[in-house]
Design a binder for this molecule. Structure first.
Ligand code: NAD
Length: 396
């Protein structure tokens, strides 16, 4: 039985409930959250058997664990992941791996030194739309990939990111990293390489103009509401906002593929729109996942078209059960498989590190007169030979 704990069990942290599969051999045994309401929720749902506490050290010391989910805000990932890995636990760590490159490398070194299994929650690898795009690329339908562009319209920036910790550099570094870590990883996946050179431009353009701010001591009031429109009428934004609300980055991958990612936090519509251009065609998606309200589509052009824009193949992606278009149950099962067997289909820890590295340096470029930066691979400080045996977990 895989005994699972959770650090930061509210909001995104509720994905840990998907891993509680006692009949399949994994069980939630403890959670830690600083929010009393979250602790009560879990105690009621899982009963008095569940260890519930507010300090991660207590969870790691008192609960007998094989694996832990770390779903706290980004600036805590490094501290929490290092502590869990030092105990040799298998770790599901939410993206982005950390908010600095050094933080990622410390996590990777710790995983290597203590033999803990590290898995980073890049759930977009399991979005059916993204998997289909990858399949089309891998089949060679558009020839050799030359360019990957992503436009990301975030319609809820003012409902959420500019109301809580996300709005401050010291907690998130910036939204190009925070939100973009997913997409930079997709760009690397579709492009078949890692970013080698990056340049960024962007600024805080709209939310700095909003005068209605909460006081420092007040709780943030994140609330997704389509009536919060236009962006300048948002209420209760963070007292300090020092991250960009519009950013753009250009990337050259190590295999010569060129890429761009643009992100805006005050659009009326929400959409992630990728274009992949190869030597024999082009792919573009509309919608990143299907739901009851809308069906995502992938459009594919593999020959020159005359004037009619609709001369292309359209692939409609069916709706799947589960959040993020069915990706969340898939990634949790992939993690459990990783804990049991050491094999998985998701992003590798180095993939996660390289998306952070590109996002951090693009943000640095924005803030340092748009100068380009080279992205360096991780320097291995821990000899490979020090990797210890993974703790054995009985397969049910
Ligand atoms: N992969 C995805 O689709 C996806 C979606 C949303 C969020 N995320 C990631 O999940 C993480 C959490 O995001 P969120 O929006 O749920 O954040 P959040 O601010 O809501 O925090 C999550 C939980 O952690 C708890 N927490 C905060 N500080 C803590 C501490 N010191 N000790 C114990 N518990 C603490 C909070 O009370 C909350 O219950 C982030 O890293 C974010 O990037 C990923």
């Amino acid at each position: 039985m895989i005994r699972i704990g959770s650090i930061g069990a509210g909001n995104r942290g509720r994905i840990v409930k998907l891993a509680n599969q006692p009949d399949e051999g994994s069980v939630l045994v403890g959670i830690c959250d600083r929010d009393a309401q979250v602790r009560d929720e879990y105690q009621q749902e899982f009963g008095s058997e569940l260890l519930v506490c507010d300090d991660y050290r207590e969870l790691l010391d008192r609960a007998e664990l094989d694996a832990v989910f770390i779903t706290t805000p980004d600036y805590l990932h490094e501290e929490h992941a290092v502590a869990a890995l030092e105990r040799g636990l298998a770790v599901y760590l939410e993206k982005p791996m950390a908010i600095t490159i050094q933080g990622c490398d410390r996590i990777l070194d710790t995983a290597q030194r203590y033999g803990g299994k590290l898995y980073v929650g890049h759930n977009m690898r399991f979005f059916p739309v993204m998997q289909k795009i990858k399949e089309i690329i891998d089949e060679g339908t558009i020839g050799q990939v030359q360019a990957v562009w992503c436009r990301h319209f975030v319609d809820y920036g003012g409902d959420a990111y500019f109301k809580d910790w996300h709005s401050e550099q010291r907690y998130s570094t910036g939204l190009l990293l925070q939100k973009g870590a997913h997409d930079i990883d997709m760009i690397h996946w579709f492009g078949g390489g890692y970013t080698r050179r990056v340049v960024g431009m962007g600024k805080l353009s709209v939310y700095n103009q909003v005068k209605d701010r909460r006081a420092d001591h007040e709780q943030s009031s994140v609330a997704f509401n389509k009536d919060n429109w236009p962006p300048l009428t948002q209420k209760g934004l963070s007292p300090l906002i020092d991250v960009e609300d519009h950013s753009m980055m250009l990337m050259q991958l190590d295999n010569g593929v060129q890429a761009s990612y643009t992100q805006c936090h005050y659009t009326p519509d929400g959409q992630r729109n990728y274009t992949i251009i190869g030597t024999q065609g082009r792919i573009e998606n509309y919608g990143d996942h299907s739901s009851d309200e809308h069906e995502a589509q992938i459009h594919l052009w593999t020959k020159r078209i005359a004037s009619q824009l609709n001369q292309h193949q359209t692939i409609t992606i069916p709706t799947r059960e589960g959040s993020h278009g069915g990706a969340d149950p898939e990634i949790i099962n992939d993690f459990l498989r990783f804990v049991r067997t050491g094999h998985n289909d998701g992003a590798t820890p180095n993939d996660a590190r390289m998306s952070v590295a590109a996002g951090v340096l693009a943000t640095q470029s924005i803030r340092q007169h748009n100068q380009p930066f080279d992205v360096k691979p991780r320097v291995h400080t821990v000899p490979e030979r020090q990797v210890t045996e993974y703790p054995k977990i009985a397969i049910p």
